[in-house]
Each structure stands twice: as structure tokens, then as C-alpha cells.
Write a protein that binds this ligand. Structure first.
Ligand code: SF4
Length: 477
């Protein structure tokens, strides 16, 4: 039987939320086959509320009214939806670009590295003591970049003198910051051993801290705590000692801070129809409203992937998904079937770039029903405005900003209220992480009209159609 006492949920140790028991299914690189979708929907239909949520790490969450039985967990294990080693299931937190292996711009296909690292974790149960949030990212330099997503370790493919290497980035900053380059270049054939050494030194640090009872058993230190405690130099010196050879210095100049993690529009370019590097094949990026699918929608999408595509879905860290390997002759049919499922494919659909955390139905810290308020705004905008760019609107139930770590065009943060829900409203860049505050206590029921007004002002008054919403509002400050 599943345990239900976790703070950070996994499959074998779920968390108890106000709206049920929350289990997280970690999918390396966000890949899920049509057969896995069938197994998952059977579990959701039997134990759950019929809904499946894509997280901002391209994993899946389900809510059930009771703990999953041993049989259900074994089914999920049998079909590769859980690690065959229960103790390391919570560590399968591996991100890759959703277009890895199908993108003509990429330097390398990172999927084999993701699979190899997943296999390594299976063989090393001693790593189970690490924080469940320990996260690894492989960026193959695809057009859909993931190197700015918050991760503990990110390996970014780069080409030097015709050879492909990986530039090592570490999560040095605060929660939600992009990992930063640390001046180390890793040759392809050394990637796994360098990752293993980075992880083993972190494991030894974790063991020491747990023995010293600096952290409780349920909260082992994050890698960034090691980095703050020791500094990068000492960490890499210990990694070098473990490897028995020197790490190669990187000749690449790090990007200035302001140029990292600030992309806003191009991340939605994966939506819609795109050609793949494989001649004659295409992928469709599907808009999933607030990252939530019904089990019928997931079944419909996985059937499309099986019948017309490569037999798998690729989840994205923007809580959308791709169906890949579609022949040109089938594109129109697949597109129509997606629309028939109540989903969208256009990047300028209001739902394309709206993100919301679980709100008070799923989180004790929430002051507002972010999911319901976000749906209300999307439905209103769909009927009254035609967007020509995706506009990223972020609903957060409190200051923690779980649903989205990168800056948004418009952010609203729940404030509660005695008889009515209110939000702080922010736009563009400003003193706060959410942007520049324009209202402190805005009634939730008036948000749709306010956001429509902000967007109309932008469309009528912008310099020209190339000026983004963020540029427009920043020049007004
Ligand atoms: S942002 Fe706040 S309210 Fe929303 S899920 Fe996170 S902790 Fe809960």
C-alpha cells in the first residue's frame, strides 16, 4: 500500500492534500508511451477524480480518494511508470527538451543520456537519501531550450572545433533561479561518470548532515545548500578527486545574469505544427488548459499518438505536450481530433500561456481558488480578444510561486479577503519577483475585465506588432 505522508509527493510516498491524495509520477524527459497512458488512465478511473495534471517539470500528478493498492503500484512499475527500485523512484527528476531527438537545430539527441542516467539511479539505492527535489537537466541546444529551467545540475550541449561537449551548469542561486555555468566542459563520453561523481559527493554531504542531525530525516539538504556551504570550488575539487582526473576548463564566457532565464515568448513556439529533423515528419504542440487533462482526453491523445504518430506523448515543462512523428498527410486529421477533444494547438490561444498553481482546493497555503479564477479569465478572453502573441498570465495562490518560476507578462497573487477573494496584480518587470505592482487588493471577480483592458491597451498603443507586452508595460513604468 502507498504511504501518504510525503511533503514532496512521489508515487510510493504520496502527499495528503485538501482535495485528495496527491501522487507524482516522474517521467524521465517527460516521455510517456500510449501503452503507459492506458495503464495510467485505468488507475485514475479506478482510484482518482478522472483528472491528470502535467507539472512544470513535465511530470504527471494524480489525485485519488484513497491510497493506491500494492497491485496498482506493481502495475505502474511493470509498465515503467515507476522505478523498479522503489527507494530511488523519487529521484527520477530528469528534464530534457521536449524536442530532443526530433529538432534539426540540436547539437545532440539527449534522450539516450536521460535513459542511461535513469538506469544508473536504479543501480544505486544508496542515493535514496538525497532530496526528492534533486534534479538533472540535459539541454541538447534544441530550439526549445530547457537550460533556463530551475534544476540542480544542467548539462548544456555545445560545439567546439567540431566536437560536441556539455557545459556544466549548477543551481547556485535561490529557489526558481536558472542554473549558472561554472566553467567546466564535459566531453560526451565522460558525462555519466562526471554526473555520478557530482552526485556521490552530494550524497556524502547529505549523509554527514543527516548524521549531525542538521536536517531532519524527511528533509535532506538541497544541492544548493551544499553549494552555499562549501562554494563551487570545494565541491568541484572533491568531484575531481573522486574522478581521479582533472575537469576540463570551459572556454565559454558565461552569459550575463540579465540574459539568462528571461525568455518569455519563444518558449511557446513548440505549440502548433512544426517539421521535424526526420524528413516528412511533423510534431504538433498541444495546448493543455492549466496543464490538466481528463482521462478521456489523455486516452484520446494517446490513441492519436499510436495511430498517427510515434506511439508516445512528450510532456513539456510549460504544462503542454507534443505528439510527434506525424506524416504530412495525417496532420489535418490529427489537428481536428485534438480540437474535438476540447484542446487547442495555437500559441496565441489565451490558455496557451496561462499558468496557475493548485489553489486552495489543493494547497493549505493558498488564499484563493487560482484554478477557477484562471479558467474564468481564459474563458472571458477567448470570447472578447484576439491575441497575436502568447501572453503569459500567472495565477499564484500565495507568494511561493510554485506553478511558474520565470517572470510573467501579468502575475496575480492571492491575498484572501473576508467576504471576497482578492489579488495583488503585477505587470512586466519590477521590484518584486512577480513584476511591477499595479493593484494591491483587486477583486477576483473583476479580474477578467481588468486583464482584457490591459491587453486592449497594449494592442492599441504598442509601437508596432513586434513590441511585446513586457516591453510595452516596462516602458510605461
Ligand atoms: S504558490 Fe502557494 S498556494 Fe500555490 S501551490 Fe504553491 S504554496 Fe500553495
Amino acid at each position: 500500500m502507498q504511504s501518504t505522508t510525503a511533503i514532496c509527493p512521489s508515487l510510493f510516498n504520496a502527499a495528503t492534500a485538501q482535495d485528495g491524495i496527491l501522487s507524482r509520477i516522474r517521467l524521465p524527459a517527460g516521455l510517456i508511451t500510449s501503452t503507459q497512458c492506458e495503464v495510467l488512465t485505468a488507475v485514475v478511473n479506478k482510484f482518482g477524480n478522472g483528472e491528470i495534471q502535467i507539472t512544470n517539470r513535465a511530470n504527471l500528478q494524480i489525485r485519488t480518494s484513497q491510497a493506491l493498492t500494492k497491485e496498482a503500484l506493481l502495475d505502474l512499475q511493470d509498465y515503467g511508470l515507476a522505478s523498479s527500485n522503489e527507494s530511488t523512484d523519487g529521484l527520477r527528476n530528469m528534464m530534457a527538451s521536449p524536442s530532443a531527438g526530433i529538432d534539426a537545430h540540436a547539437k545532440i539527441n539527449t534522450i539516450p543520456l536521460v535513459k542511461a542516467w535513469n538506469f544508473y539511479l536504479l543501480q544505486h539505492p544508496e542515493l535514496a537519501i538525497l532530496s526528492n527535489k534533486f534534479s538533472i537537466c540535459f539541454d541538447g541546444s534544441e530550439a526549445i531550450r530547457v537550460s533556463d529551467r530551475p534544476n540542480d545540475i544542467c548539462l548544456v550541449a555545445t560545439e567546439i572545433n567540431g566536437e560536441i561537449y556539455f557545459d556544466l551548469h549548477l543551481g547556485l542561486g535561490d529557489r526558481g533561479d536558472s542554473p549558472a555555468p561554472v566553467g567546466v566542459l564535459v566531453p560526451q563520453k565522460q558525462v555519466l561518470e562526471v554526473l555520478a561523481a557530482l552526485t556521490e559527493v552530494y550524497r556524502q554531504y547529505t549523509e554527514q548532515k543527516l548524521e549531525q542531525k542538521t536536517h531532519s530525516r524527511s528533509r535532506p539538504p538541497r544541492l544548493r545548500e551544499l553549494l552555499h556551504d562549501w562554494g563551487v570550488e570545494k565541491y568541484l575539487a572533491l568531484v575531481t578527486k573522486k574522478l581521479g582526473y582533472a575537469l576540463r576548463p570551459s572556454p565559454l564566457a558565461p552569459l550575463p545574469l540579465g540574459e539568462r532565464g528571461t525568455r518569455s515568448l519563444e518558449v511557446y513556439e513548440h505549440l502548433g505544427i512544426h517539421s521535424q529533423k526526420q524528413s516528412g515528419l511533423f510534431y504538433i504542440g498541444v495546448v493543455v488548459p492549466l496543464g490538466r487533462l481528463t482521462s478521456q482526453q489523455l486516452t484520446g491523445l494517446s490513441n492519436l499518438a499510436k495511430q498517427y504518430g510515434g506511439g508516445a506523448l512528450r510532456l513539456t515543462p510549460w504544462q503542454n505536450l507534443l505528439i510527434t512523428d506525424i506524416a504530412k498527410a495525417d496532420l489535418e486529421k490529427v489537428k481536428q481530433e485534438i480540437l474535438n477533444l476540447g484542446l487547442y494547438i495555437l500559441a496565441n490561444h489565451p490558455y496557451a500561456a496561462i499558468a496557475a498553481c493548485s489553489g486552495y482546493k489543493g494547497c493549505k497555503s493558498a488564499h484563493t481558488d487560482t484554478q477557477a479564477d484562471a479558467k474564468q479569465v481564459a474563458a472571458y478572453l477567448e470570447n472578447c480578444i484576439q491575441l497575436d502573441h502568447p501572453i503569459n498570465i500567472h495565477f499564484s495562490g500565495c507568494e511561493k510561486s510554485c506553478a511558474q518560476h520565470h517572470p510573467s507578462d501579468i502575475a496575480v497573487v492571492g491575498m484572501g479577503g473576508i467576504n471576497t477573494e482578492t489579488y495583488r496584480v503585477y505587470v512586466g518587470d519590477g521590484d518584486s519577483n512577480f513584476g511591477r505592482e499595479i493593484y494591491t487588493d483587486y477583486d477576483a471577480k473583476n479580474l477578467p475585465a481588468l486583464i482584457e483592458q490591459l491587453l486592449q491597451n497594449y494592442q492599441y498603443q504598442r509601437r508596432d506588432s513586434t513590441q511585446t507586452f513586457r516591453e510595452f508595460v516596462n516602458q510605461q513604468s
